[in-house]
Design a protein around this ligand. Sequence first.
Ligand code: ATP
Ligand code: MG
Ligand code: MG
Length: 350
Amino acid sequence: GSTIGILGGGQLGRMLAVAAAQLGYQTRILAPDEEAVAAQTASSYIRADYHSHIVLDEFAAAADVVTYEFENIALAPVSYLAGKVPVHPAPAALGIAQDRAIEKAFVAEIGGRTAPWAKVETRDALAAAVAAIGTPAILKTLRMGYDGKGQVRITAPDQIDAAWDAIGQRPAILEGFVTFSHEFSILLVRRADGQMVSYPPPWNQHEDGILATSTLPAPGEIAAQWGEAAALAGRIADRLDYVGVLACEFFAGADGPVFNEMAPRVHNSGHWTIEGAVCSQFENHIRAICGLPLGDTALTAPTVAMENLIGDDADRWAEILAEPGAHLHLYGKGASRPGRKMGHVTRLGR
Ligand code: ATP
Ligand code: MG
Ligand code: MG
């Protein structure tokens, strides 16, 4: 069989490797992680950083196609690999998603609605941006943020100095605070020939900047904005000649969907698709990058709800296992820490 190379060793890589195995593929994980939970489900694991050309050459030679499971990987090794073996999604998508200013400018250029924003590289620029955008606002590091890390809210101008210090005085963007009724995401899958499917949008609820639950079917406020949001996600994918799963996060605002950010990969708000959709996001990503026909994205039950298990939840596992219609997923991480995603549970309802 063919071999799929996966960059990154977290739970997304783990679930991709399971889906790939089901379709008869070998998987080879490359990650520097001390605890690569994806290694437990992959055919092989190379523990190395991404910057050795010797390692990358060997990895490319052993893989028929390469993908990645997190967006904060350095762009240079991904581009280097793309010169040797097909890499999906292409590095261009990664480059855009890694820089919040480039990402927002790109989306605005193709007709998407975003929060008002300004790129800030100095304390004075931050003060000017707060004056222009107003408060409340959110200051986010330009690069490398996830799970709400590298973000601080500014509710009054006297917090500018503290906010600038809190994000480590790094290049950032200031975003006006969006008033929204709900958050949701569009998960689409695109093949190299342009064929596209997308999942029904989950209502995503966050706690402390981390995804807590995804619920389907989404309430009416989201359903009313689904078409416009999915059309924008489709334009993003077409423009990038995108191959694989693309996740776009939205706020349901008063005037329509407001684009928040995108992830050029499978996404936590799509974990419900393992049992809650006919073909999961993981299988559809594998299908797309391997050029196979795409699978059905329809729900398998009238209601589907995914709950993340974050931090020390181990005392709840037995209880969840006893629940009819509940599917428990544990990621095999040794130590729990506050804010660490240890697993999730998907509940199918009538
Ligand atoms: P992820 O883990 O999804 O990559 P992240 O660290 O990149 O998260 P964001 O998605 O930018 O962070 O923000 C995290 C959450 O903070 C959002 O889901 C939303 O709840 C809130 N948030 C972010 N930006 C805004 C905004 N401009 N207005 C209102 N709420 C916001
Ligand atoms: Mg993000
Ligand atoms: Mg987000």
